[in-house]
Design a protein around this ligand. Structure first.
Ligand SMILES: C[S@@+](CC[C@H](N)C(=O)[O-])C[C@H]1O[C@@H](n2cnc3c(N)ncnc32)[C@H](O)[C@@H]1O
Length: 261
């Protein structure tokens, strides 16, 4: 292995995860003052975590979105019909939707502090007339029902860097699967456990001790591709490692399209 190859691997295993965790600690520090000012009465840990994530995503989101645009944009452009945009965050990729193919979009975003930016990006993308923001987690089927999101009512589910954070992933992903009509599609760009390098898996397991606490419940080594594959019957499962990722990547992805049988 060349010296530059060695440096790449060192940076991937140590520098990249430590930088992400350091940015998160900085975001927590930057959140303390606005939190104290904003919540003079009855502040809670949940409120702090929401504001913290909001701050963190304002720092990391644009970099991450730019880096992954080559994979994410063509994927999101395939959305059609009634669309469930799960965890849109601040709406950094809503501009990728092709409005001509879409009837309605529901953005399921539990972090209420991100809604202001999300609405702003929806307006900028010209989607205000078809995009409704729903303030709950994807697992909250009662709330989704209030919006008419019921089994077999959705043509496309979009999840971009979200399933690493949902609670009880098997249950949540199965209940999302049920919302798709037969022939409906699920567009996925998610990070997963590394399957190709045991050394990277060991490091992922070590980072996982702190990762969910520092990164708003995100799991660095969740087997999201397997959970999706086992959520129900698929006619097509095109999930694959995006081109250009190294087999030893500490934050490898699974990306592509699944079509419900
Ligand atoms: C890393 S951000 C990605 C945001 C956006 N998809 C993007 O690519 O810019 C993860 C998002 O998932 C949301 N999220 C976390 N748990 C969720 C859940 N149970 N249901 C829906 N969204 C959730 C978070 O609030 C956050 O906005």
């Amino acid at each position: 292995m060349t010296l530059s190859g060695l440096l790449d691997r060192y940076s991937n295993l140590f520098v990249k995860p430590f930088m992400i965790m350091t940015v998160s600690v900085i975001a927590a520090i930057l959140t303390i003052a606005p939190f104290v000012i904003q919540f003079k009465t009855a502040p809670s840990l949940g409120m702090f975590k929401d504001l913290w994530f909001c701050r963190l995503w304002s720092l990391l989101g644009p970099i991450s979105t730019k880096k992954d645009a080559i994979h994410v944009h063509p994927l999101v452009q395939q959305a059609r019909g009634v669309v469930l945009d799960v965890g849109p965050g601040s709406g950094l990729v809503v501009n990728c939707f092709d409005k001509s193919k879409i009837e309605k979009i529901y953005g399921i975003e539990p972090c209420l502090d991100l809604h202001h930016q999300l609405h702003r990006n929806i307006r900028a993308a010209g989607l205000s007339d078809i995009y409704t923001v729903v303030g709950c987690g994807a697992e909250d089927t009662d709330k989704l029902r209030e919006y008419g999101i019921t089994p077999e009512s959705v043509n496309t589910i979009v999840t971009i860097k979200v399933l690493c954070s949902v609670p009880t992933p098997e249950k949540t992903i199965e209940s999302l699967y049920k919302l798709l009509v037969p022939g409906g599609q699920w567009l996925v760009f998610e990070h997963t456990q590394n399957r190709h390098s045991w050394l990277t898996r060991v490091f992922q397991a070590i980072y996982q001790l702190a990762w969910p606490h520092l990164l708003s419940g995100c799991n660095i080594n969740r087997r999201t591709d397997d959970i999706l594959a086992n959520a129900g019957l698929w006619d097509m499962n095109e999930l694959e490692v995006p081109k250009g990722e190294f087999h030893w990547d500490i934050i490898p992805h699974t990306a592509g399209r699944l079509v419900k049988a």
